[in-house]
Design a protein around this ligand. Structure first.
Ligand SMILES: C/C(=C\C(=O)SCCNC(=O)CCNC(=O)[C@H](O)C(C)(C)COP(=O)(O)OP(=O)(O)OC[C@H]1O[C@@H](n2cnc3c(N)ncnc32)[C@H](O)[C@@H]1OP(=O)(O)O)CC(=O)O
Length: 258
Protein backbone atom coordinates (compact mmCIF):
# COMPACT_ATOMS: atom_id res chain seq x y z
CA UNK A 1 0.00 0.00 0.00
CA UNK A 2 1.23 3.52 -0.81
CA UNK A 3 2.48 5.62 2.12
CA UNK A 4 -0.11 7.88 3.70
CA UNK A 5 -0.08 11.44 2.36
CA UNK A 6 -2.28 12.85 5.13
CA UNK A 7 -1.79 12.21 8.85
CA UNK A 8 -4.34 12.50 11.62
CA UNK A 9 -3.97 12.92 15.37
CA UNK A 10 -6.31 14.08 18.14
CA UNK A 11 -5.07 15.68 21.34
CA UNK A 12 -7.38 17.19 23.97
CA UNK A 13 -10.20 17.83 21.54
CA UNK A 14 -8.01 19.29 18.78
CA UNK A 15 -7.77 17.20 15.60
CA UNK A 16 -4.60 17.86 13.59
CA UNK A 17 -4.81 16.97 9.91
CA UNK A 18 -1.38 17.20 8.27
CA UNK A 19 -0.69 17.18 4.52
CA UNK A 20 2.51 15.23 3.97
CA UNK A 21 3.38 15.01 0.29
CA UNK A 22 6.46 17.22 0.11
CA UNK A 23 7.79 15.73 -3.16
CA UNK A 24 5.05 17.53 -5.13
CA UNK A 25 4.57 20.32 -2.59
CA UNK A 26 1.36 18.86 -1.18
CA UNK A 27 -0.36 18.89 -4.56
CA UNK A 28 -3.98 17.71 -4.44
CA UNK A 29 -3.39 14.29 -6.00
CA UNK A 30 -6.23 11.73 -6.05
CA UNK A 31 -4.71 9.88 -3.09
CA UNK A 32 -4.21 13.06 -1.06
CA UNK A 33 -7.75 14.25 -1.78
CA UNK A 34 -9.18 10.87 -0.78
CA UNK A 35 -7.25 10.79 2.50
CA UNK A 36 -7.96 14.44 3.31
CA UNK A 37 -11.68 13.89 2.84
CA UNK A 38 -11.67 10.76 4.96
CA UNK A 39 -9.90 12.54 7.84
CA UNK A 40 -12.16 15.59 7.61
CA UNK A 41 -15.20 13.31 7.81
CA UNK A 42 -13.64 11.43 10.73
CA UNK A 43 -12.95 14.64 12.65
CA UNK A 44 -16.43 15.99 11.98
CA UNK A 45 -18.03 12.72 13.15
CA UNK A 46 -15.87 12.36 16.29
CA UNK A 47 -17.71 13.83 19.27
CA UNK A 48 -14.43 14.24 21.14
CA UNK A 49 -13.15 16.69 18.50
CA UNK A 50 -13.93 20.37 19.13
CA UNK A 51 -11.63 22.10 16.63
CA UNK A 52 -9.83 20.94 13.47
CA UNK A 53 -6.37 22.22 12.51
CA UNK A 54 -5.19 21.75 8.92
CA UNK A 55 -1.42 21.98 8.55
CA UNK A 56 1.42 20.52 6.54
CA UNK A 57 4.92 19.13 6.54
CA UNK A 58 7.62 20.46 4.21
CA UNK A 59 8.09 23.92 2.79
CA UNK A 60 4.73 24.38 1.00
CA UNK A 61 1.18 24.43 2.42
CA UNK A 62 -0.44 23.21 -0.80
CA UNK A 63 0.43 23.71 -4.48
CA UNK A 64 -3.16 23.24 -5.69
CA UNK A 65 -4.52 20.57 -7.99
CA UNK A 66 -1.99 17.92 -9.00
CA UNK A 67 -1.14 19.18 -12.47
CA UNK A 68 0.71 16.05 -13.46
CA UNK A 69 -2.36 13.93 -12.74
CA UNK A 70 -4.52 16.51 -14.57
CA UNK A 71 -2.87 15.75 -17.93
CA UNK A 72 -5.50 14.34 -20.25
CA UNK A 73 -8.30 15.19 -17.80
CA UNK A 74 -11.80 15.00 -19.25
CA UNK A 75 -14.57 17.44 -18.36
CA UNK A 76 -15.84 14.92 -15.82
CA UNK A 77 -12.38 14.83 -14.20
CA UNK A 78 -12.62 13.18 -10.82
CA UNK A 79 -10.15 15.66 -9.33
CA UNK A 80 -12.22 18.64 -10.23
CA UNK A 81 -15.42 17.00 -9.06
CA UNK A 82 -13.96 15.77 -5.79
CA UNK A 83 -12.13 18.93 -4.76
CA UNK A 84 -15.31 20.94 -4.09
CA UNK A 85 -16.47 18.21 -1.72
CA UNK A 86 -13.37 18.86 0.40
CA UNK A 87 -14.06 22.59 0.38
CA UNK A 88 -17.68 22.00 1.22
CA UNK A 89 -16.73 19.69 4.12
CA UNK A 90 -14.55 22.46 5.56
CA UNK A 91 -17.11 25.14 4.78
CA UNK A 92 -20.02 23.29 6.38
CA UNK A 93 -18.10 21.55 9.18
CA UNK A 94 -19.92 22.26 12.45
CA UNK A 95 -16.47 22.41 14.06
CA UNK A 96 -14.21 25.37 13.33
CA UNK A 97 -11.33 24.64 10.97
CA UNK A 98 -8.03 26.49 11.41
CA UNK A 99 -5.41 26.58 8.61
CA UNK A 100 -1.79 26.56 9.79
CA UNK A 101 0.38 27.83 6.95
CA UNK A 102 4.18 27.82 6.90
CA UNK A 103 5.00 28.36 3.24
CA UNK A 104 3.49 29.03 -0.18
CA UNK A 105 -0.10 28.21 -1.12
CA UNK A 106 -1.21 28.27 -4.74
CA UNK A 107 -4.55 28.09 -6.57
CA UNK A 108 -6.66 25.32 -5.01
CA UNK A 109 -4.41 25.52 -1.95
CA UNK A 110 -5.53 29.11 -1.45
CA UNK A 111 -9.11 27.94 -2.01
CA UNK A 112 -8.71 25.61 0.96
CA UNK A 113 -7.50 28.53 3.09
CA UNK A 114 -10.47 30.64 1.94
CA UNK A 115 -12.83 27.87 3.10
CA UNK A 116 -11.32 27.66 6.60
CA UNK A 117 -12.76 29.66 9.52
CA UNK A 118 -9.41 30.92 10.75
CA UNK A 119 -6.06 31.05 8.95
CA UNK A 120 -2.66 31.79 10.47
CA UNK A 121 0.49 32.02 8.35
CA UNK A 122 4.17 32.74 8.81
CA UNK A 123 5.52 36.03 7.46
CA UNK A 124 7.42 34.05 4.79
CA UNK A 125 4.24 32.42 3.41
CA UNK A 126 3.06 33.51 -0.01
CA UNK A 127 -0.14 33.12 -1.95
CA UNK A 128 -1.22 33.25 -5.60
CA UNK A 129 -4.29 32.44 -7.63
CA UNK A 130 -2.21 30.97 -10.46
CA UNK A 131 -5.15 29.29 -12.18
CA UNK A 132 -5.35 31.63 -15.19
CA UNK A 133 -1.64 31.16 -15.81
CA UNK A 134 -2.31 27.43 -16.13
CA UNK A 135 -5.28 28.12 -18.44
CA UNK A 136 -7.95 27.06 -15.93
CA UNK A 137 -10.38 29.05 -13.79
CA UNK A 138 -10.27 29.65 -10.01
CA UNK A 139 -13.84 28.53 -9.99
CA UNK A 140 -14.65 26.64 -6.94
CA UNK A 141 -14.54 28.75 -3.82
CA UNK A 142 -12.15 31.64 -3.98
CA UNK A 143 -14.23 33.48 -6.54
CA UNK A 144 -17.37 33.05 -4.50
CA UNK A 145 -15.82 34.39 -1.31
CA UNK A 146 -13.22 37.04 -2.02
CA UNK A 147 -14.97 39.20 -4.62
CA UNK A 148 -17.79 39.83 -2.17
CA UNK A 149 -15.36 40.90 0.49
CA UNK A 150 -12.93 42.90 -1.61
CA UNK A 151 -13.91 43.28 -5.23
CA UNK A 152 -10.93 45.35 -6.35
CA UNK A 153 -8.24 43.14 -4.81
CA UNK A 154 -10.06 40.05 -6.09
CA UNK A 155 -10.06 41.29 -9.69
CA UNK A 156 -6.39 42.15 -9.46
CA UNK A 157 -5.32 38.88 -7.83
CA UNK A 158 -7.48 36.48 -9.87
CA UNK A 159 -6.81 38.09 -13.24
CA UNK A 160 -3.06 38.63 -12.86
CA UNK A 161 -2.20 35.49 -10.88
CA UNK A 162 0.39 37.61 -9.07
CA UNK A 163 2.07 36.35 -5.93
CA UNK A 164 1.28 38.22 -2.70
CA UNK A 165 2.76 38.03 0.75
CA UNK A 166 1.31 37.25 4.15
CA UNK A 167 0.96 40.94 5.06
CA UNK A 168 -1.25 41.50 2.02
CA UNK A 169 -3.16 38.28 2.68
CA UNK A 170 -3.93 39.60 6.17
CA UNK A 171 -4.83 43.04 4.82
CA UNK A 172 -7.41 41.59 2.40
CA UNK A 173 -8.83 39.21 5.00
CA UNK A 174 -7.64 35.95 3.42
CA UNK A 175 -5.78 35.11 6.64
CA UNK A 176 -6.32 36.27 10.23
CA UNK A 177 -2.72 36.82 11.24
CA UNK A 178 0.86 36.61 10.03
CA UNK A 179 3.50 35.68 12.58
CA UNK A 180 7.16 34.73 12.84
CA UNK A 181 7.83 31.06 12.05
CA UNK A 182 8.70 30.27 15.66
CA UNK A 183 5.39 31.78 16.83
CA UNK A 184 3.15 29.82 14.44
CA UNK A 185 2.30 26.99 16.84
CA UNK A 186 1.53 29.34 19.73
CA UNK A 187 -0.62 31.60 17.56
CA UNK A 188 -2.62 28.61 16.31
CA UNK A 189 -2.92 27.41 19.91
CA UNK A 190 -4.19 30.86 20.94
CA UNK A 191 -7.05 30.46 18.45
CA UNK A 192 -7.80 26.79 19.21
CA UNK A 193 -7.88 27.54 22.96
CA UNK A 194 -10.42 30.32 22.36
CA UNK A 195 -12.49 28.22 19.94
CA UNK A 196 -12.60 25.35 22.43
CA UNK A 197 -14.21 27.69 25.00
CA UNK A 198 -17.42 27.91 22.96
CA UNK A 199 -20.39 25.61 23.44
CA UNK A 200 -20.21 23.07 20.56
CA UNK A 201 -23.85 23.52 19.55
CA UNK A 202 -23.66 27.31 19.74
CA UNK A 203 -20.44 27.30 17.72
CA UNK A 204 -21.96 25.07 15.04
CA UNK A 205 -25.12 27.19 14.83
CA UNK A 206 -23.14 30.44 14.73
CA UNK A 207 -20.91 29.11 11.96
CA UNK A 208 -23.94 27.93 9.98
CA UNK A 209 -25.47 31.42 10.25
CA UNK A 210 -22.23 33.10 9.22
CA UNK A 211 -22.04 30.83 6.19
CA UNK A 212 -25.58 31.75 5.18
CA UNK A 213 -24.67 35.40 5.02
CA UNK A 214 -24.79 36.67 1.43
CA UNK A 215 -21.41 38.31 2.06
CA UNK A 216 -19.64 34.99 2.47
CA UNK A 217 -21.88 32.20 1.24
CA UNK A 218 -21.23 29.52 -1.32
CA UNK A 219 -23.78 31.00 -3.63
CA UNK A 220 -26.24 29.36 -5.99
CA UNK A 221 -23.62 29.75 -8.68
CA UNK A 222 -21.56 26.97 -7.14
CA UNK A 223 -22.73 24.22 -9.50
CA UNK A 224 -22.22 26.43 -12.55
CA UNK A 225 -18.71 27.31 -11.44
CA UNK A 226 -17.92 23.68 -10.85
CA UNK A 227 -18.95 22.84 -14.39
CA UNK A 228 -16.88 25.74 -15.71
CA UNK A 229 -13.84 24.53 -13.80
CA UNK A 230 -14.14 20.98 -15.19
CA UNK A 231 -14.54 22.36 -18.72
CA UNK A 232 -11.41 24.45 -18.39
CA UNK A 233 -9.31 21.57 -17.06
CA UNK A 234 -10.36 19.56 -20.13
CA UNK A 235 -10.03 22.40 -22.66
CA UNK A 236 -7.18 22.70 -25.16
CA UNK A 237 -6.03 25.81 -23.30
CA UNK A 238 -6.10 24.12 -19.89
CA UNK A 239 -4.28 21.07 -21.21
CA UNK A 240 -1.63 23.30 -22.81
CA UNK A 241 -1.11 25.10 -19.46
CA UNK A 242 -0.87 21.79 -17.60
CA UNK A 243 1.62 20.37 -20.16
CA UNK A 244 3.67 23.57 -20.01
CA UNK A 245 3.88 23.29 -16.21
CA UNK A 246 5.11 19.69 -16.36
CA UNK A 247 7.57 20.56 -19.13
CA UNK A 248 8.81 23.65 -17.18
CA UNK A 249 8.19 26.05 -20.07
CA UNK A 250 5.91 29.07 -20.64
CA UNK A 251 2.47 28.17 -21.96
CA UNK A 252 1.81 28.92 -25.61
CA UNK A 253 -1.72 30.33 -25.75
CA UNK A 254 -3.68 30.20 -28.98
CA UNK A 255 -6.29 32.98 -29.36
CA UNK A 256 -9.83 31.53 -29.24
CA UNK A 257 -11.37 30.93 -32.68
CA UNK A 258 -14.01 33.37 -33.92
C1 LIG B 1 -8.15 23.65 -7.89
C2 LIG B 1 -8.10 24.47 -9.09
C3 LIG B 1 -6.95 24.79 -9.75
C4 LIG B 1 -5.59 24.45 -9.34
O1 LIG B 1 -5.26 24.20 -8.21
S1 LIG B 1 -4.43 24.47 -10.60
C5 LIG B 1 -2.88 24.22 -9.75
C6 LIG B 1 -2.05 25.42 -9.91
N1 LIG B 1 -0.84 25.28 -9.11
C7 LIG B 1 0.22 26.01 -9.33
O2 LIG B 1 0.26 26.83 -10.22
C8 LIG B 1 1.41 25.79 -8.39
C9 LIG B 1 2.57 25.15 -9.12
N2 LIG B 1 3.71 24.99 -8.22
C10 LIG B 1 4.51 26.04 -7.89
O3 LIG B 1 4.32 27.17 -8.25
C11 LIG B 1 5.70 25.72 -7.04
O4 LIG B 1 5.92 24.32 -7.09
C12 LIG B 1 5.56 26.15 -5.57
C13 LIG B 1 4.27 25.65 -4.93
C14 LIG B 1 5.62 27.69 -5.45
C15 LIG B 1 6.76 25.55 -4.77
O5 LIG B 1 7.97 25.92 -5.38
P1 LIG B 1 9.30 25.08 -5.06
O6 LIG B 1 10.44 25.78 -5.70
O7 LIG B 1 9.36 24.80 -3.61
O8 LIG B 1 9.05 23.66 -5.75
P2 LIG B 1 9.19 23.25 -7.30
O9 LIG B 1 8.48 24.19 -8.17
O10 LIG B 1 10.66 23.01 -7.59
O11 LIG B 1 8.41 21.87 -7.33
C16 LIG B 1 8.94 20.69 -6.71
C17 LIG B 1 8.27 19.50 -7.37
O12 LIG B 1 6.88 19.55 -7.09
C18 LIG B 1 6.13 19.49 -8.32
N3 LIG B 1 4.89 20.25 -8.18
C19 LIG B 1 4.74 21.48 -7.66
N4 LIG B 1 3.47 21.86 -7.73
C20 LIG B 1 2.78 20.86 -8.31
C21 LIG B 1 1.40 20.67 -8.68
N5 LIG B 1 0.45 21.58 -8.44
N6 LIG B 1 1.08 19.51 -9.28
C22 LIG B 1 2.00 18.55 -9.52
N7 LIG B 1 3.33 18.67 -9.20
C23 LIG B 1 3.70 19.81 -8.61
C24 LIG B 1 7.07 20.13 -9.34
O13 LIG B 1 6.70 19.77 -10.65
C25 LIG B 1 8.41 19.55 -8.90
O14 LIG B 1 8.51 18.23 -9.40
P3 LIG B 1 9.89 17.71 -10.04
O15 LIG B 1 9.54 16.34 -10.54
O16 LIG B 1 10.86 17.70 -8.89
O17 LIG B 1 10.29 18.68 -11.12
C26 LIG B 1 -9.38 24.98 -9.63
C27 LIG B 1 -10.02 25.90 -8.63
O18 LIG B 1 -9.32 26.78 -8.11
O19 LIG B 1 -11.21 25.75 -8.38
Amino acid sequence: MADELVHYAVDRGIAEITLDSPHNRNALSAQLRRELRAHLSGAIADEAVRVIVLGHTGTVFCSGMDLKESRGAGADAQGVNEFPAILEDIWTSPKPVVAKIAGPARAGGVGIIAACDIAVATHESSFAFTEVRIGVVPAVISVTVLPRLLPRAAHELFLTGEKFDAARAAAIGLINSAVAADALESEVRRYTDMLALGGPTALAATKAMLRRSPASGLGEDFADMLELSAEHFASAEGQEGIRAFAEKRPASWVPPAG
